[in-house]
Design a binder for this molecule. Structure first.
Ligand code: SAM
Ligand code: SF4
Length: 464
C-alpha cells in the first residue's frame, strides 16, 4: 500500500540509472531548472549523483538564481518554543528519548507558556514554531490546543505572536481538528528517514515506531482542514541521495492525492544530544559541501516550497545557504522548555539537541541586512487565507511578489522601530530605502511606501 508513497525499488533504480549521466545531460537538466517549473524524479536523481566540482558549482549557481527570482532577498524569521520535553518514544538521535534518564523533564504550565511568549515578543518575534515531545499525558492534543491559545492570547503593548506553526507527533483527524480550530499555521512533521529499515531501527519503542502512522500523517492533517504542511528529513540517518529523492516522491504523492505539496521543507542535520547514540555517532554523516548541494537540488526540484534552516547550523553555513535555497530561518533559539527564561534554565540536560548558532535575534537581523537580505516577519498569507492550494495558485505564476515584498518591508520596519539596536536600525533603514527603488511596478512601490509611512507613524501589523 505504501509503495505508492515511497517506492524503494524505483528510487534505487533511478539513482543507479543516472549514475553516469554526461556533462551535457546534466547541463540540460540545470537549464530546465532555470525555468522554475520543478524537476522530475529522474532529473533530481541525476543531479544528486553529480560529483564533478564544476557541475556542482553550476547546480549551486542555478539554485541561487531560481531562489532570487522567486523569493527576492526576503528571509522569513521565526523562533521555536518548546513546551514539554516529556516523551514516550526512544528515537536514538534525540535527547528527549524516554531512556535518557539524565534529562531533566519539564512541562510548561499555561502561565509559563505565556511568560515564554512575552519573552519572545519582547525580542521582536512574530512567528513561532511550537514544539514538544510525544506523550499521552503531557503532550496530548488538548494540551497543544491550550498552549496555542495561551500564546495567541499573550499580548504586550507593542507586540503579539501572529502565527504559530506546530511541530508535534502525528495526531488523529479529530485531534488535528482540535489544534486547527485554535488557528495554527503550518503543521510541521519530519519523516526523519524515509528508509523503512532505518526508520524501524531508529525508533524502537512507542507510537513513533509505526512508519505507517508517520507517512500518512499529512493526509490526516489535511482532512482535518490543515492545508499548510511542513515536511522534512533528519539528515544523517541514511544516504542523503535516497532521502532527498524519497522526500520529493512524497511531495509528488501529496500533490497528486490532496492537490497540494508541502508548504515548507526543513533540512535538519543531526546535532549532538545527551545520551543519544545516533547523535554521538551519526550513521551517514553529510559534510557541508554535500549539504549545500542537497539544499540547492531541493530548491530546483520544488521551487515554490519554502526551505527552513534552523540554528542547528552555524552562522557561517547559514550565511551561505540563504543564497542557495533557504527562505526561512530561526533566530535566537532555545531547544528546552522554558529556555527563554533566565540563563539558569538553559541547561544542556533539558535541551533536545545543541544549537550551532548562538546569535541574538538582533544580531541575526543585522547580519542578514548587511548581506542585503530583508528579514521578514510577515504573516500576511495565512491571515488573508492564502494557504494550501490557494497559496500555490498565486505563487506559481509569480503573483505572490506583490504581497511579499511590501509585507516583508513593513514588518522589517516594525522590527527596526520597536526592537532593533541603533546599529541594526541604521543598516536596516538604508536597506529598506534601497529596496524601495527596486520595485518593477510603480503601484507596488507606492503601496509599499504607504505601508512604510503608516508604520513610521505608529500603526502596527499592516499587511496586504
Ligand atoms: N516529538 C515530535 C516528533 O518527533 O515528531 C515533534 C517534535 S521533535 C522535538 C522535532 C524534531 O527534532 C524531530 O522531528 C527530529 O527531526 C528533530 N531532532 C531530534 N533529535 C535531533 C538531533 N539530535 N539533532 C537535530 N534534530 C533533531
Ligand atoms: Fe520524542 Fe520527538 Fe525526540 Fe523522538 S524526536 S524522542 S518523538 S521528542
Amino acid at each position: 500500500m505504501f509503495k505508492e508513497i515511497i517506492n524503494d525499488e524505483k528510487i534505487f533504480t533511478l539513482l543507479e540509472e543516472t549514475k553516469n549521466y554526461s556533462v551535457s545531460q546534466i547541463k540540460s537538466i540545470i537549464n530546465k531548472a532555470l525555468q522554475k517549473q520543478g524537476l522530475s524524479l529522474k532529473e533530481v536523481a541525476a543531479l544528486l549523483n553529480v560529483q564533478d566540482k564544476e557541475l556542482v558549482s553550476d547546480i549551486l549557481s542555478c539554485a541561487k538564481k531560481v531562489k532570487e527570482e522567486i523569493y527576492g532577498k526576503r528571509i522569513v524569521i521565526f523562533a521555536p518554543m518548546y513546551v514539554t520535553n516529556e516523551c514516550v518514544n526512544d528515537c536514538l538521535y534525540c535527547g528527549f528519548r524516554c531512556s535518557n534518564t539524565e534529562l531533566k523533564r519539564r512541562t510548561l504550565s499555561i502561565d509559563e507558556i505565556k511568560e515564554e511568549t512575552t519573552l519572545l515578543t519582547k525580542m521582536g518575534h512574530k512567528r513561532i514554531l511550537l514544539v514538544c515531545g510525544e506523550h499521552p499525558k503531557y503532550a496530548n492534543a488538548d494540551f497543544v490546543a491550550e498552549a496555542v491559545r495561551a500564546v495567541y492570547s499573550s499580548k504586550d503593548a507593542k507586540n503579539q505572536i501572529r502565527r504559530i506553526n506546530v511541530n508535534v507527533a502525528p495526531l488523529t483527524v479529530e485531534d488535528f481538528a482540535k489544534i486547527k480550530k485554535e488557528g495554527i499555521g503550518t503543521y510541521q512533521m519530519f519523516q526523519e528517514t524515509y528508509h523503512r529499515e532505518t526508520y524501524e531501527k531508529m525508533h524502537p519503542l512507542g507510537p513513533k515506531s509505526s512508519y505507517e502512522t508517520r507517512i500518512t500523517a499529512f493526509e490526516k492533517a489535511f482532512s482535518a482542514g490543515i492545508d499548510d504542511l511542513g515536511a522534512g528529513v533528519l539528515f544523517g540517518l541514511f544516504d542523503y541521495k535516497y532521502e532527498v529523492l524519497a522526500m520529493i516522491s512524497h511531495c509528488e504523492y501529496l500533490e497528486k492525492t490532496i492537490g497540494v505539496g508541502p508548504h515548507t521543507i526543513s533540512v535538519p542535520r543531526i546535532e549532538p544530544a545527551l545520551n543519544a547514540p545516533a547523535a554521538g555517532k551519526v550513521p551517514y554523516p553529510i559534510n557541508d559541501e554535500e549539504f549545500a548541494k542537497l539544499v540547492s537540488i531541493i530548491r530546483l526540484a520544488v521551487p515554490y516550497t519554502g526551505i527552513i534552516l534552523t540554528t542547528r547550523e552555524t552562522k557561517e553555513l547559514r550565511a551561505k545557504l540563504i543564497h542557495l535555497g533557504v527562505s526561512q530561518v530561526s533566530a535566537g533559539s532555545k531547544t528546552n522548555p522554558g529556555g527563554y527564561e533566565e540563563a539558569e534554565h538553559n541547561m544542556p540536560d533539558e535541551q533536545q539537541f545543541a544549537v550551532g548558532d548562538f546569535r541574538t535575534l538582533d544580531e541575526v537581523v543585522r547580519d542578514l541586512s548587511k548581506a542585503g537580505f530583508i528579514p521578514s516577519f510577515c504573516t500576511g498569507c495565512y491571515r488573508k487565507g492564502r494557504t494550501g492550494i490557494d497559496f500555490m495558485a498565486i505563487t506559481k505564476p509569480g503573483l505572490i511578489q506583490q504581497f511579499c515584498q511590501p509585507n516583508a518591508l513593513a514588518t522589517f520596519k516594525e522590527y527596526l522601530l520597536d526592537y532593533a539596536s541603533e546599529e541594526t536600525r541604521k543598516i536596516g533603514e538604508a536597506l529598506i530605502k534601497s529596496e524601495l527603488e527596486k520595485f518593477a511596478k510603480i503601484e507596488d512601490k507606492e503601496n509599499a511606501k504607504k505601508m512604510l509611512d503608516r508604520t513610521q507613524k505608529g500603526e502596527r501589523d499592516i499587511f496586504c
